[in-house]
Design a protein around this ligand. Structure first.
Ligand SMILES: [Zn+2]
Length: 334
Protein backbone atom coordinates (compact mmCIF):
# COMPACT_ATOMS: atom_id res chain seq x y z
CA UNK A 1 0.00 0.00 0.00
CA UNK A 2 2.67 2.45 1.01
CA UNK A 3 4.79 1.70 -2.04
CA UNK A 4 1.82 2.22 -4.30
CA UNK A 5 1.00 5.48 -2.55
CA UNK A 6 4.49 6.86 -2.84
CA UNK A 7 4.38 5.84 -6.48
CA UNK A 8 1.20 7.78 -6.97
CA UNK A 9 2.70 10.76 -5.19
CA UNK A 10 5.71 10.65 -7.51
CA UNK A 11 3.57 10.42 -10.62
CA UNK A 12 1.02 12.91 -9.43
CA UNK A 13 3.70 15.46 -8.70
CA UNK A 14 5.52 14.85 -11.96
CA UNK A 15 2.22 15.27 -13.84
CA UNK A 16 1.79 18.68 -12.30
CA UNK A 17 5.44 19.43 -12.89
CA UNK A 18 5.93 20.69 -9.39
CA UNK A 19 9.51 19.60 -9.12
CA UNK A 20 10.86 23.16 -8.81
CA UNK A 21 8.83 23.48 -5.61
CA UNK A 22 10.65 20.60 -3.99
CA UNK A 23 14.02 20.77 -2.38
CA UNK A 24 16.58 18.08 -2.99
CA UNK A 25 15.63 16.27 0.18
CA UNK A 26 12.05 15.74 -0.85
CA UNK A 27 13.17 13.49 -3.69
CA UNK A 28 14.41 11.06 -1.09
CA UNK A 29 11.09 11.14 0.70
CA UNK A 30 9.03 10.13 -2.32
CA UNK A 31 11.44 8.16 -4.43
CA UNK A 32 11.78 4.68 -2.99
CA UNK A 33 13.71 3.44 -5.99
CA UNK A 34 10.79 1.78 -7.77
CA UNK A 35 9.30 3.26 -10.89
CA UNK A 36 6.65 2.29 -13.37
CA UNK A 37 3.62 2.46 -11.07
CA UNK A 38 0.15 2.64 -12.47
CA UNK A 39 -0.83 6.24 -12.92
CA UNK A 40 -3.47 7.49 -10.54
CA UNK A 41 -5.49 10.60 -10.03
CA UNK A 42 -6.40 11.86 -6.61
CA UNK A 43 -10.02 11.14 -7.53
CA UNK A 44 -9.28 7.42 -7.39
CA UNK A 45 -7.88 7.58 -3.87
CA UNK A 46 -9.77 6.95 -0.68
CA UNK A 47 -9.82 9.46 2.13
CA UNK A 48 -7.25 7.61 4.29
CA UNK A 49 -4.95 7.32 1.28
CA UNK A 50 -5.29 11.03 0.60
CA UNK A 51 -4.57 11.89 4.20
CA UNK A 52 -1.51 9.65 4.15
CA UNK A 53 -0.38 11.38 0.98
CA UNK A 54 -0.94 14.75 2.56
CA UNK A 55 1.08 13.73 5.60
CA UNK A 56 3.90 12.73 3.27
CA UNK A 57 3.76 16.05 1.47
CA UNK A 58 3.58 17.82 4.76
CA UNK A 59 6.75 16.15 5.87
CA UNK A 60 8.63 17.45 2.87
CA UNK A 61 7.62 21.00 3.80
CA UNK A 62 5.60 21.66 0.66
CA UNK A 63 2.40 22.80 2.29
CA UNK A 64 1.98 25.72 -0.08
CA UNK A 65 2.29 23.66 -3.25
CA UNK A 66 -0.50 23.08 -5.76
CA UNK A 67 -0.50 19.40 -4.85
CA UNK A 68 -1.21 20.23 -1.24
CA UNK A 69 -4.09 22.50 -2.13
CA UNK A 70 -5.53 19.97 -4.61
CA UNK A 71 -5.54 17.18 -2.04
CA UNK A 72 -7.07 19.39 0.63
CA UNK A 73 -9.79 20.49 -1.76
CA UNK A 74 -10.54 16.87 -2.65
CA UNK A 75 -10.68 15.93 1.03
CA UNK A 76 -13.07 18.77 1.74
CA UNK A 77 -15.25 17.47 -1.10
CA UNK A 78 -15.20 13.97 0.35
CA UNK A 79 -15.98 15.36 3.76
CA UNK A 80 -18.96 17.24 2.40
CA UNK A 81 -20.20 14.12 0.58
CA UNK A 82 -19.94 11.94 3.65
CA UNK A 83 -21.84 13.37 6.62
CA UNK A 84 -21.03 10.26 8.62
CA UNK A 85 -17.39 11.18 8.58
CA UNK A 86 -16.35 11.07 12.22
CA UNK A 87 -14.02 14.04 11.95
CA UNK A 88 -16.17 16.45 10.05
CA UNK A 89 -15.29 19.81 11.54
CA UNK A 90 -13.48 20.83 8.35
CA UNK A 91 -10.39 19.04 7.24
CA UNK A 92 -7.22 20.09 8.98
CA UNK A 93 -3.76 19.21 7.80
CA UNK A 94 -2.14 18.35 11.10
CA UNK A 95 0.33 15.48 11.33
CA UNK A 96 -1.32 12.06 11.81
CA UNK A 97 -4.71 13.74 11.79
CA UNK A 98 -6.41 10.48 10.84
CA UNK A 99 -5.54 9.09 14.27
CA UNK A 100 -6.65 12.12 16.22
CA UNK A 101 -9.19 14.42 14.61
CA UNK A 102 -8.29 16.99 17.28
CA UNK A 103 -5.58 19.62 17.25
CA UNK A 104 -5.38 21.56 20.48
CA UNK A 105 -2.53 23.88 21.41
CA UNK A 106 -3.75 24.87 24.88
CA UNK A 107 -4.55 21.56 26.61
CA UNK A 108 -1.78 19.05 27.29
CA UNK A 109 -3.81 15.94 26.38
CA UNK A 110 -7.21 16.83 24.93
CA UNK A 111 -8.16 13.32 23.78
CA UNK A 112 -11.30 11.69 24.99
CA UNK A 113 -11.39 8.01 25.82
CA UNK A 114 -13.94 7.42 23.09
CA UNK A 115 -11.37 8.23 20.45
CA UNK A 116 -9.51 5.00 20.99
CA UNK A 117 -11.99 2.78 22.77
CA UNK A 118 -13.39 1.34 19.56
CA UNK A 119 -10.08 0.18 18.17
CA UNK A 120 -8.12 -2.57 19.85
CA UNK A 121 -5.16 -2.65 17.49
CA UNK A 122 -3.57 0.26 15.67
CA UNK A 123 -0.60 -0.12 13.38
CA UNK A 124 1.97 2.67 13.41
CA UNK A 125 4.65 3.06 10.78
CA UNK A 126 7.78 4.37 12.48
CA UNK A 127 10.01 3.98 9.43
CA UNK A 128 12.33 6.91 8.62
CA UNK A 129 10.37 7.82 5.46
CA UNK A 130 7.48 8.94 7.66
CA UNK A 131 9.03 10.91 10.53
CA UNK A 132 12.78 10.69 10.04
CA UNK A 133 15.16 8.54 12.06
CA UNK A 134 14.70 8.41 15.82
CA UNK A 135 16.84 10.92 17.71
CA UNK A 136 17.70 10.44 21.35
CA UNK A 137 16.20 13.62 22.88
CA UNK A 138 19.21 14.14 25.12
CA UNK A 139 22.25 11.93 25.33
CA UNK A 140 22.34 11.48 29.09
CA UNK A 141 21.97 8.78 31.72
CA UNK A 142 18.44 7.49 32.32
CA UNK A 143 17.87 8.01 36.04
CA UNK A 144 14.27 6.83 36.25
CA UNK A 145 12.30 4.45 34.06
CA UNK A 146 8.63 4.19 33.16
CA UNK A 147 6.30 2.52 35.65
CA UNK A 148 5.49 2.52 39.36
CA UNK A 149 7.86 4.65 41.39
CA UNK A 150 7.12 4.77 45.10
CA UNK A 151 3.34 5.09 45.09
CA UNK A 152 2.92 7.08 41.88
CA UNK A 153 2.98 5.99 38.28
CA UNK A 154 5.80 7.51 36.25
CA UNK A 155 4.56 7.97 32.69
CA UNK A 156 7.92 8.65 31.10
CA UNK A 157 11.63 8.31 31.62
CA UNK A 158 13.99 10.78 33.25
CA UNK A 159 17.25 11.66 31.54
CA UNK A 160 19.91 13.47 33.52
CA UNK A 161 21.15 16.78 32.09
CA UNK A 162 22.57 20.14 33.07
CA UNK A 163 20.64 23.39 32.87
CA UNK A 164 20.87 24.77 29.34
CA UNK A 165 21.58 21.44 27.62
CA UNK A 166 20.00 20.98 24.18
CA UNK A 167 16.79 18.94 24.07
CA UNK A 168 15.94 17.58 20.61
CA UNK A 169 12.82 16.28 18.91
CA UNK A 170 12.72 12.47 18.76
CA UNK A 171 11.06 12.45 15.30
CA UNK A 172 9.83 14.93 12.73
CA UNK A 173 6.45 16.52 13.27
CA UNK A 174 4.67 19.65 14.41
CA UNK A 175 4.78 21.31 17.81
CA UNK A 176 1.31 21.00 19.32
CA UNK A 177 1.95 22.45 22.80
CA UNK A 178 4.71 24.73 24.05
CA UNK A 179 4.30 26.49 27.39
CA UNK A 180 3.61 26.03 31.10
CA UNK A 181 2.01 22.72 31.92
CA UNK A 182 1.48 22.34 35.69
CA UNK A 183 3.86 19.79 37.18
CA UNK A 184 5.54 19.41 33.81
CA UNK A 185 6.86 22.97 34.12
CA UNK A 186 7.89 24.34 30.74
CA UNK A 187 6.86 21.59 28.38
CA UNK A 188 6.87 20.92 24.65
CA UNK A 189 4.64 18.31 23.00
CA UNK A 190 5.31 17.31 19.40
CA UNK A 191 2.82 15.45 17.19
CA UNK A 192 4.71 13.20 14.79
CA UNK A 193 3.64 12.04 11.34
CA UNK A 194 3.92 8.42 12.50
CA UNK A 195 1.07 8.98 14.97
CA UNK A 196 3.02 9.27 18.20
CA UNK A 197 3.23 12.34 20.39
CA UNK A 198 6.34 12.99 22.48
CA UNK A 199 6.58 15.12 25.61
CA UNK A 200 9.64 17.07 26.83
CA UNK A 201 9.19 18.43 30.36
CA UNK A 202 10.93 20.55 33.04
CA UNK A 203 12.61 22.70 30.36
CA UNK A 204 14.44 25.84 31.41
CA UNK A 205 13.74 27.59 28.09
CA UNK A 206 11.35 26.73 25.26
CA UNK A 207 12.67 27.42 21.75
CA UNK A 208 9.61 26.53 19.64
CA UNK A 209 5.96 27.50 19.43
CA UNK A 210 2.77 25.61 18.55
CA UNK A 211 2.50 25.04 14.81
CA UNK A 212 6.26 24.94 14.23
CA UNK A 213 7.33 22.15 11.92
CA UNK A 214 10.32 20.31 13.37
CA UNK A 215 12.59 17.66 11.97
CA UNK A 216 14.02 14.77 13.95
CA UNK A 217 16.89 16.08 16.07
CA UNK A 218 15.79 19.71 15.93
CA UNK A 219 16.24 21.87 19.04
CA UNK A 220 13.02 22.17 21.07
CA UNK A 221 14.29 23.77 24.24
CA UNK A 222 16.98 23.88 26.88
CA UNK A 223 16.96 21.46 29.79
CA UNK A 224 16.11 22.63 33.29
CA UNK A 225 14.14 21.90 36.42
CA UNK A 226 10.81 23.76 36.11
CA UNK A 227 7.57 22.32 37.52
CA UNK A 228 7.57 19.43 39.99
CA UNK A 229 11.16 18.44 39.59
CA UNK A 230 14.04 17.62 41.86
CA UNK A 231 17.26 18.51 40.12
CA UNK A 232 17.75 19.29 36.45
CA UNK A 233 16.58 16.51 34.14
CA UNK A 234 14.49 15.85 31.08
CA UNK A 235 11.21 14.04 31.63
CA UNK A 236 10.44 12.36 28.29
CA UNK A 237 7.18 10.64 27.36
CA UNK A 238 5.82 8.83 24.33
CA UNK A 239 2.06 8.83 23.93
CA UNK A 240 -0.60 7.73 21.49
CA UNK A 241 -3.93 9.55 21.72
CA UNK A 242 -2.91 10.80 25.12
CA UNK A 243 -2.14 7.36 26.56
CA UNK A 244 1.47 6.97 27.71
CA UNK A 245 3.53 4.08 26.36
CA UNK A 246 6.72 2.78 27.93
CA UNK A 247 9.43 4.25 25.65
CA UNK A 248 11.43 1.08 26.24
CA UNK A 249 8.74 -0.81 24.31
CA UNK A 250 9.54 1.29 21.26
CA UNK A 251 13.23 2.11 21.62
CA UNK A 252 16.14 -0.08 22.57
CA UNK A 253 17.83 2.23 25.01
CA UNK A 254 21.14 0.40 24.72
CA UNK A 255 21.50 0.82 20.97
CA UNK A 256 19.29 3.94 20.98
CA UNK A 257 17.50 2.60 17.94
CA UNK A 258 13.89 1.64 17.27
CA UNK A 259 12.93 -1.93 18.18
CA UNK A 260 10.96 -2.17 14.93
CA UNK A 261 10.00 0.07 12.03
CA UNK A 262 6.38 -1.02 12.30
CA UNK A 263 4.51 -1.57 15.52
CA UNK A 264 1.03 -2.63 16.51
CA UNK A 265 -0.38 -0.84 19.52
CA UNK A 266 -2.74 -3.15 21.34
CA UNK A 267 -5.15 -1.81 23.93
CA UNK A 268 -4.90 -3.71 27.18
CA UNK A 269 -6.07 -2.93 30.68
CA UNK A 270 -2.55 -1.69 31.41
CA UNK A 271 -2.57 0.84 28.56
CA UNK A 272 -0.84 -0.08 25.34
CA UNK A 273 1.12 -3.21 24.60
CA UNK A 274 3.52 -2.80 21.71
CA UNK A 275 3.90 -5.62 19.22
CA UNK A 276 6.79 -5.11 16.81
CA UNK A 277 5.60 -6.19 13.36
CA UNK A 278 7.93 -8.76 11.82
CA UNK A 279 9.86 -9.36 15.03
CA UNK A 280 9.39 -12.84 16.46
CA UNK A 281 11.70 -12.87 19.46
CA UNK A 282 12.34 -10.77 22.54
CA UNK A 283 15.84 -10.43 23.93
CA UNK A 284 15.60 -10.71 27.71
CA UNK A 285 17.08 -7.78 29.62
CA UNK A 286 17.79 -7.29 33.31
CA UNK A 287 14.54 -7.10 35.28
CA UNK A 288 12.43 -8.96 32.69
CA UNK A 289 10.14 -11.77 33.76
CA UNK A 290 7.47 -13.78 31.97
CA UNK A 291 4.64 -11.59 33.19
CA UNK A 292 6.39 -8.41 31.99
CA UNK A 293 7.05 -9.91 28.55
CA UNK A 294 3.43 -11.07 28.42
CA UNK A 295 2.11 -7.56 29.17
CA UNK A 296 4.53 -5.84 26.87
CA UNK A 297 3.54 -7.80 23.75
CA UNK A 298 -0.07 -8.54 24.75
CA UNK A 299 0.37 -12.31 24.58
CA UNK A 300 -0.59 -14.64 27.42
CA UNK A 301 1.93 -16.45 29.60
CA UNK A 302 0.30 -19.67 28.41
CA UNK A 303 1.02 -18.74 24.79
CA UNK A 304 4.60 -17.78 25.58
CA UNK A 305 5.17 -21.12 27.28
CA UNK A 306 3.64 -23.05 24.39
CA UNK A 307 5.60 -21.19 21.72
CA UNK A 308 8.85 -21.67 23.62
CA UNK A 309 8.21 -25.26 24.64
CA UNK A 310 8.30 -24.45 28.34
CA UNK A 311 6.49 -26.09 31.22
CA UNK A 312 6.16 -25.15 34.87
CA UNK A 313 8.03 -22.23 36.40
CA UNK A 314 10.26 -20.32 33.99
CA UNK A 315 13.00 -17.93 35.07
CA UNK A 316 14.20 -15.51 32.42
CA UNK A 317 17.85 -14.51 32.43
CA UNK A 318 19.41 -11.62 30.51
CA UNK A 319 20.48 -12.63 27.02
CA UNK A 320 17.78 -15.27 26.58
CA UNK A 321 15.60 -15.15 23.48
CA UNK A 322 11.86 -15.56 23.98
CA UNK A 323 9.56 -16.38 21.06
CA UNK A 324 6.73 -13.84 21.05
CA UNK A 325 4.91 -15.15 17.99
CA UNK A 326 3.63 -18.61 17.08
CA UNK A 327 6.11 -20.79 15.15
CA UNK A 328 4.10 -20.73 11.89
CA UNK A 329 4.38 -16.93 11.85
CA UNK A 330 8.13 -17.22 12.22
CA UNK A 331 8.31 -19.54 9.22
CA UNK A 332 6.65 -16.91 7.12
CA UNK A 333 3.56 -19.00 6.41
CA UNK A 334 1.29 -16.76 8.43
ZN1 LIG B 1 9.96 12.03 35.11
Amino acid sequence: MRHRLFGIVVIFLSTLNLSPLFGQDSTVVFDDGHHGYETGSIYELSEPELILMLDSLFESGTKDSCAFVAIRTRLDELNAMNPKNQFQSGFAFWPAHRFYGVWNTTILFPYRDSLYKSEQITELDLSPQISGDFTYPFSGVVTSKYGYRDSAFHRGIDIDLNRGDTVRSAFGGMVRFAGRGGGYGNVVIVRHYNGLETVYAHLWKIKVKPGDIVTSGQLLGLGGSTGHSTGTHLHFEMRFRGVAIDPYFIIDWDTRKLNANKIELIRTRYGYAVHPVGLCTHLVKKGDNLSKVSQRYAVSIKQLKAWNGWEGYVRLTPGMMVRIAPPEEQNGTY
